[in-house]
Design a protein around this ligand. Structure first.
Ligand SMILES: [Zn+2]
Length: 386
């Protein structure tokens, strides 16, 4: 597929409004393009259904007993475009202007998904692999909670991979790691009373303040150490509510918080710390009932900064006359957070920019087409580094 056809394919896929839905329509487009190679016995294509209209797509090339196996990951969903009236061009029109394609998902991450897919087919066409199997994953629901990647991991689709390339927008650095996450809720139950006689009640908001005071030093201690790639962990109380009238002692209150973890301050350590803080607050306030629930937890993942995949990317860039890129940890979560297993190489590297999730999201066409050429080389040369 030449660059012009690739740009048209990207436009076609941006026009599918896959806002946490309709990923199967994107999968249909890719599936149809892979079919001639399936008929020729070169590829296998599998659909893994998540929900109506939502299919993950898995395309395999190369022998199952290959020495190296490279997973290539891209998500097909996009975030909501917000008010379309605020956009210069319709978010699902994939308008081209001054060398850029505008639209929701142009940067995050339909350009990475399509660049990788086109490169994958080009490698198949040229038969240029070195004892390697390529497994292309197009996933659903990444932007919500990595639904597709979780399903693939649970279904053992990633077992035995040597590395995973996540084609998320990251053209100025290569990311071999990402921080983990914990979302949790603390609920305090007290007793209502008229505020003129507070001693007859039990103030649930007081309980939240006690929890907040107890957790602060524990979180600060865990957030202190700097991981060489991921920086330090963070703990933020992000939601709070309680009480319903100014002259009533509140009988219930709750807060929610978000933690970003690192291997130096991991999910186990934080879970211990927040439970200890809850117990401390509860001991100081026997008149109140405290509950803590962990709503979501994903461990941080860190592959080494000079893993085989990172080395391959740098070597391919250098061979094209491009400078090596800094290797840094990502602050966000991507599919790899739930797919990576110990010993696997990880790199997040792909076309796109910081217009992701914003109004007037775009990708530079040159950035997209350059990525196709680089991906082709990365896919075919990864096996050589083993
Ligand atoms: Zn993304």
């Amino acid at each position: 597929m030449d660059n012009q056809e690739a740009v048209e394919l990207l436009q076609k896929v941006i026009k599918i409004p896959s806002v946490a839905a309709k990923e199967a329509e994107v999968a249909d487009v890719l599936d149809a393009l892979a079919q001639p190679y399936v008929d020729a016995g070169e590829l296998t294509v599998e659909r893994l259904n998540y929900a109506p209209g939502r299919d993950n797509l898995i395309i395999k090339y190369g022998p199952d007993d290959a020495k190296t196996k490279l997973g290539i990951d891209g998500h097909m969903d996009v975030v909501d475009p917000g008010d379309p009236a605020k956009w210069t061009y319709d978010p699902f029109a994939a308008t081209i202007k001054d060398g850029k394609i505008y639209g929701r998902g142009a940067s995050d991450m339909k350009s990475g998904l399509i660049a990788a897919f086109v490169a994958f087919l080009n490698v198949v066409k040229k038969h240029e692999l070195h004892d390697t199997q390529l497994v292309f994953f197009a996933t659903v629901g990444e932007e919500v909670d990595n639904y597709g990647a979780r399903q693939l991991a649970a279904g053992h689709y990633v077992d035995g991979l040597s590395g995973i390339l996540v084609c998320e927008p990251s053209s100025t650095q290569i990311e071999p790691s990402c921080r983990g996450i914990i979302d949790y809720t603390v609920t305090v139950q007290g007793k209502a009373a008229h505020s003129s006689t507070p001693e007859q009640g039990a103030n649930a908001i007081t309980g939240l303040f006690a929890y907040s005071a107890a957790v602060a030093p524990k979180a600060a201690k865990l957030c202190a150490p700097d991981h060489p790639m991921l920086g330090h962990a963070t703990h933020s109380i992000t939601l709070i509510n309680g009480g319903n009238q100014v002259n009533i002692i509140p009988e219930a209150a709750k807060l929610r918080a978000n933690i970003r973890t690192t291997p130096l301050a991991d999910n186990v350590a934080f879970t211990k710390a927040i439970n200890a803080a809850k117990d401390e607050a509860a001991a100081a306030h026997p008149e109140l009932h405290f509950e803590l629930s962990v709503d979501s937890t994903i461990d941080s993942v860190a592959s080494s900064a000079d893993n085989h995949l990172v080395q391959t990317i740098q070597a391919v860039r250098n061979a094209q006359g491009l400078p090596s890129l800094p290797v840094k940890g990502g602050t966000g979560i991507n599919d790899a957070a739930v797919m990576l297993q110990p010993g696997m190489d990880l790199a997040e590297y792909g076309p796109g920019n910081d217009s992701s999730h914003q109004t007037d999201e775009y990708v530079d066409i040159a950035d997209f087409t350059q990525a196709i050429g680089l991906y082709e080389k990365i896919f075919s040369q990864y096996g050589l580094t083993y």
